[in-house]
Design a protein around this ligand. Structure first.
Ligand SMILES: Nc1ncnc2c1ncn2[C@@H]1O[C@H](COP(=O)(O)OP(=O)(O)OP(=O)(O)O)[C@@H](O)[C@H]1O
Ligand SMILES: [Mg+2]
Length: 300
């Protein structure tokens, strides 16, 4: 600028309250008739919202690409796996029951089944799963799933459901809602039971409610539309998600769990399903509490 040129760029600036924001600035020199620079002028604009939306878009594009790749591999792999599992089952029938070969073949099939489960998750993530959406009452689905979810998390963790009142019907695939809730609830359980999450109270809460998404919400959240929506929120009293990994939790294969314990595909599967249903999912994390909010489509 001191050499007389205009500067354009994005700066990170601090507000009076100490919070940071992105500022798009154009700074140019003002010259006297003698061509000497006598002052500078700046035109500045707060572009934090644009920056947030851009980041969200990049994130979803990245996941889209990984999803396509994973889906392609998963599909072929699934075919190969079907052959492996099938022949192992056939061979098992041909040998004496409980012989050592019989047990080996059984192990092959057990591993094969685990691989098939993994592939199913990948296929869901890449949205290759066939969906059967229908008009449903979210609270009815929730009460149908409750028993199974309770069994899943074990006795020492409490599951509380708070169904919202007078919720309109939505269009969704109930088995996918189940898949989403299972993944979220399992993560919540893992976090509560982990050493880091010395949970005061071992509690998972699933809440449904209606929310009106207004213009200001939509401006800050890519891919949302204004209007009445159903919100499903799953929160837990576990370890919480720290700021530095919050942007990564939906990435395929991102996990903080021990080797062999987590695949890191849970939340990416959830993300895939949510997008397939034209919904949105957000994480809100305070220390010791994670809230995953899922907006399902507009209430008709
Ligand atoms: N409720 C939660 N509380 C704290 N951390 C969470 C929660 N949910 C997800 N996470 C973090 O996000 C990571 C990714 O979750 P994701 O479900 O995708 O994979 P995973 O749970 O590690 O593996 P898998 O789902 O195969 O068991 C987790 O490893 C964990 O660090
Ligand atoms: Mg998980």
């Amino acid at each position: 600028i001191t050499s007389g040129n205009t500067w354009k760029g994005i700066l990170i600036n601090k507000k009076k309250d100490g919070s940071l924001y992105y500022e798009s600035a154009v700074i140019f020199p003002i010259k006297a008739p003698s061509q000497d620079i006598i002052n500078y002028a700046a035109v500045k604009r707060d572009v934090t919202n644009e920056k947030i939306l851009e980041d969200q878009l990049l994130q979803s594009q990245k996941l889209e690409a990984v999803g396509q790749l994973a889906g392609g591999i998963a599909h072929d792999f699934n075919n190969i796996l079907t052959a492996i599992n099938g022949f192992a089952a056939l061979s098992q029938m041909k040998v004496k029951k409980n012989s050592s070969i019989w047990h080996d073949l059984k192990s092959i099939q057990e591993s094969g089944k685990r691989a098939a489960d993994l592939i199913r998750q990948l296929l869901a993530f890449s949205r290759k799963q066939i969906i059967e959406p229908r008009i449903i009452e979210i609270n009815v689905i929730l009460s149908e799933l409750e028993k199974m979810l309770k069994r899943l998390i074990g006795e020492d963790v409490k599951l509380r459901t708070i169904p919202g009142e007078k919720l309109g019907p939505i269009k969704a695939d109930p088995s996918q809602i189940g898949q989403i809730l299972i993944n979220l609830v399992l993560n919540a359980r893992d976090s509560i039971q982990s050493k880091a999450g010395t949970a005061r109270e071992k509690k998972i809460t699933i809440q449904t409610s209606e929310r009106f998404l207004d213009q200001s919400f939509v401006q800050n959240h890519a891919g949302c539309n204004t209007g009445r929506h159903i919100l499903i929120s799953v929160s837990d009293t576990g370890s919480g998600i720290s700021e530095d990994i919050i942007g990564k939790v939906f990435d395929p294969f991102f996990t903080t769990k021990e080797k062999g314990e987590g695949t890191g595909l849970g939340l990416s599967t959830v993300y895939g399903i949510v997008k397939q249903n034209k919904c949105n999912i957000f994480v809100e994390s305070k220390k010791g509490e994670v809230r995953l909010l899922q907006f399902t489509g507009p209430v008709p």
